[in-house]
Ligand binder design. Structure first.
Ligand SMILES: Cc1cc2nc3c(=O)[nH]c(=O)nc-3n(C[C@H](O)[C@H](O)[C@H](O)COP(=O)(O)O)c2cc1C
Length: 279
């Protein structure tokens, strides 16, 4: 398994760092060789800087972890002035995908328009799991009308390919992937974290479940979307080793992103990429 073509871009291997677990790459720079990966998906970018949720933000449990980081990020201006220039200058072969979030459709459009001048961005990943404040807090991706409106506006604003990141708790994830495709999305990222609660373990109360428990859920979502919609999939959720990554690839994913396992050991993605290349 070696180079993969997606979004009209060549990825040297199918392994990505998942959104929110590698920041904008800086923290990992002297720990791993980012340029050996297929690419990095950045932390969510919103128009304004966000502090995120109060501590404690992470709690471990047997099946993985819960996080309530929120959308902590420095805001689109700082990302445009500091983070992306650094990252695009640092990477030669690994590709950059920017995760976009917001509370209104206009927030997403603003981030996309501000960052579009960066030639190094291979695609935008639209985080469709944020509460839509103009629709009363229901997530953008929770019902077809909200998702369609979001993707339509992002499609109009973006001259780059779009991947839409969906929640694993959607009753019919293939139907929502179809909505995204029909509005012009190029791929879907499956899956985001799953809502969960452990008593008094997180500052925010509830959080998002990630890690090993998500693996079969994400693999099933990938299989369903590939069979029923046929659009490209970035598989994400619960990957800890090359065998897990192959589960997503066998289900039809083009690329595989790694989050929680890389938080525990940042060398995991490079190791998996190496093993997949070796075959
Ligand atoms: C600490 C943390 C922060 C995250 N931040 C984002 C984010 O900003 N945007 C997003 O779309 N997903 C975010 N995610 C979800 C991951 O990208 C990924 O979909 C999820 O964790 C499942 O993959 P994993 O089991 O390999 O961690 C975050 C996950 C974690 C654990």
């Amino acid at each position: 398994m070696s180079a993969v073509e997606l979004f009209g871009t060549a990825f040297q291997n199918p392994v990505l760092l998942a959104a929110g677990t590698a920041g904008f790459g800086r923290e990992l720079d002297h720990v791993i060789d980012l340029d050996r990966l297929g690419g990095i998906i950045t932390k969510a970018v919103t128009p304004e800087p966000r502090q995120g949720h109060p501590a404690l933000r992470v709690a471990e449990f047997r099946g993985g972890m819960l996080n309530a980081v929120g959308l902590a990020n420095p805001g689109v201006e700082r990302v445009a002035e500091h983070e992306l220039p650094w990252l695009s200058q640092r990477l030669r072969r690994a590709r950059i995908i920017v995760n976009v979030a917001g509370a209104t459709v206009a927030d997403y459009v603003h981030v996309i328009e501000r960052l579009t001048p960066f030639e190094a961005i291979a695609a935008f990943e639209i985080n469709a799991s944020c509460p839509n404040t103009t629709a009363g807090g229901l997530e953008f991706g929770a019902e077809p009308g909200g998702l369609a409106e979001l993707i339509r506006a992002c499609r109009r604003a973006a001259s780059r390919p779009l991947a839409v990141k969906l929640s694993p708790v959607l009753p019919d994830i293939a139907a929502m992937a179809r909505v995204a495709r029909d509005e012009g999305a190029d791929a879907v990222s499956l899956v985001n974290t799953m809502p969960g609660l452990l008593d008094k373990r997180l500052g925010n109360g509830s959080g998002g479940l990630s890690g090993p428990a998500l693996l079969p859920i994400g693999v099933l979502a990938t299989r369903r979307v590939r069979e029923r919609v046929g659009m490209p999939v970035i598989g994400v959720g619960g990957v800890r080793n090359a065998a897990d990554a192959r589960e997503y690839l066998a289900a039809g994913a083009s690329l595989v992103a790694i989050g929680t396992a890389a938080l525990a050991d940042p060398r995991v993605p490079e190791r998996i990429a190496h093993e997949l290349i070796r075959g």
